[in-house]
Design a protein around this ligand. Structure first.
Ligand code: FMN
Length: 315
């Protein structure tokens, strides 16, 4: 049984409270905590971030995986205001996203787009650390253009109190393509004085153990897509028991929870299909069978097509 914290990765549109709640219902305790999808300070506008606050309101997260809210942005005054509001509603840690690779984000030196500019990273930390009430953790990549960039960021991060740093060892330019650069991670790890959490491409228990074996100094592991390709993976890693048919039961529960959302059918269909794009891999469906779901037009057709597959998996 591992005691290493296992953390659910933030995935915009996927690991929101509905997913975290469903995961908790089906696999209680498999993840120790989650980082929320980012609250964005786009254009320095606190209201944009506040619009999405529903996702992390404590009242909406009671029967769920504990969550640490994540903030995307570099406007220090707004960052401080948001972090302190989050503290006031009960959060003792916030996570700063300097890993997002999306071009429209990175182009404005946000997310991983700030990594080529160490002075800007320093300016943000100088502006926020003395003023925020919650602890700060960070989620980042090796760089934006180049994996050398992190070497100039580490000495800056080392100057500040930071709870932990999650590293997804790709560059922003790579998006999610190519492979994670474990050799580069090995080079830089000794230079980082804060606890480091590993994130990226863990899809099997063996891959999890390989990362721990190669990097025994890491303080935790974060899993994103792997938890949708195989929802039982976190339980397997934690040596927790689960039902033989647990992935299908999870899909059924997720759909049941989506059906209860107060949104129009089209919204429900869109949500179910977004999850299905990853979740189908946890079923026995072939790719061709899985596409029937994506081609289905009505809510009834979509749920019937999925039910056929999850029921088949149960037999
Ligand atoms: C659809 C999608 C949305 C994401 N949204 C966020 C986000 O809001 N904040 C963040 O820090 N990372 C985000 N990520 C990155 C993931 O947290 C994670 O770093 C990445 O998927 C690699 O880990 P994995 O291989 O375990 O999935 C997102 C990734 C995906 C695929």
């Amino acid at each position: 049984m591992t005691t290493m914290p296992l953390i659910l990765a933030p995935m915009q549109g996927l690991t929101e409270r509905l997913f975290r709640h469903t995961f908790h219902q089906c696999f209680n305790g498999a993840f120790d905590y989650a980082i929320s999808p980012f609250l964005s300070l786009t254009h320095g506008n606190l209201n944009d971030a506040w619009d999405k606050i529903d996702d992390v309101l404590p009242a909406h997260n009671t029967d769920s995986i504990p969550v640490v809210p994540q903030i995307l942005g570099k406007e220090t005054d707004e960052f401080v205001a948001l972090a302190n509001r989050l503290y006031d509603i009960g959060y003792h840690e916030v996570n700063w996203n300097i890993g997002c690779p999306m071009r429209r984000v990175a182009g404005k030196h946000r997310g991983s787009g700030i990594l080529p500019y160490p002075n800007e990273v320093q300016a943000v930390l100088d502006g926020i650390i003395p003023k925020i009430k919650p602890a700060l953790s960070i989620k980042m990549r090796l760089g934006y253009y180049d994996d050398a960039e992190i070497s100039k960021i580490i000495p800056i991060l080392n100057q500040y109190p930071i709870a932990n740093i999650t590293i997804h060892p790709r560059t922003g330019k790579q998006q999610y393509g190519g492979s994670v650069n474990l050799d580069r991670l090995a080079e830089i790890l000794p230079d980082i004085k804060h606890p480091v959490i590993y994130n990226g491409d863990i899809r099997t228990v063996d891959q999890y153990h390989a990362v721990l074996h190669r990097f025994p100094q890491i303080a935790g592991v974060m899993i994103g897509r792997g938890a949708l390709y195989n929802p039982t993976l976190p339980s397997q890693i934690k040596s927790k028991t689960y039902h033989d048919n647990a992935s299908s039961l999870f899909i059924d529960q997720l759909i049941a929870n989506i059906m209860n959302l107060p949104i129009p059918d089209q919204g429900k269909i869109r949500k179910i299909k977004e999850y299905w794009c990853l979740l189908w891999q946890s079923t026995k469906a072939t790719e061709a069978q899985s596409k029937i779901v994506l081609r289905s037009a009505t809510l009834d057709e979509v749920t019937t097509a999925i039910k056929k597959i999850t029921t088949f998996a149960a037999n």
